[in-house]
Design a protein. Structure first.
Length: 199
């Protein structure tokens, strides 16, 4: 019985590690461009050419400061400069690196309830505009520092400018009686909002 439990433990740990390596490798692959003709970064003042659309991408995440956890891995990206956001559309990739800014937010909202981003931490924001052909596109957004990525499709109409925002949903505390979402627990998912800014 003891051997069986030991075997199951080793298998479980091995599976988890293999999964982590797969995610890391997948993220690294998605950070590399297989194409260069899908999109181009713009400053937003140009007219939209025929057959194209403009997409503004806004994403944010708050992490704890560097050294917050005593036993955190030295290669952790939390709280450090150059925090990466990976975008890959139809095989073309870009890695946007952000230095971040210290942020101290109220722990509770004015109308009550805990603020998931309350407390001291480091805020990372990206705001970029790209031009790409109208139609359907496969989008990958990844956070290598969190081991998190999201794949989805988007359809853009010719001549229109869109704004796509990503708001983080943080993990809940492990403490049973609390179970509150807090940024120091890491990201669980992104909430995506796509708006047509042309109208």
């Amino acid at each position: 019985m003891r051997r069986m439990l030991a075997f199951l433990f080793v298998m479980t740990v091995g599976t988890v590690l293999a999964g982590c390596m797969t995610t890391s490798q997948f993220m690294k692959a998605k950070s590399q461009s297989a194409r260069t003709d899908v999109f181009s970064e713009i400053d937003g003042t140009e007219a939209i050419p025929k057959g194209y659309a403009v997409l503004e991408i806004k994403a944010t995440i708050k992490t704890h400061a560097e050294g917050f956890y005593l036993l955190e891995a030295k290669d952790s990206l939390h709280g450090k400069k150059g925090y990466p956001f990976v975008l890959n559309i139809d095989g073309q990739a870009v890695v946007w690196k952000v230095d971040g800014e210290e942020e101290i937010a109220p722990v509770y909202h004015e109308n009550g309830g805990r603020n998931p981003e309350g407390g001291a931490g480091i805020r990372y924001d990206i705001r970029k505009k790209i031009r790409l052909a109208s139609g359907k596109h496969k989008v990958f957004l990844g956070l290598p520092g969190e081991g998190y990525y999201w794949k989805f499709d988007v359809v853009l109409e010719e001549g229109k400018a869109y704004s796509m925002s990503f708001e983080p949903v943080y993990r809940k505390d492990n403490v049973r009686h609390l179970r509150e979402r807090r940024f120091i627990n890491g990201i669980e998912a992104y909430k995506k909002t796509l708006r047509d800014g042309s109208s």
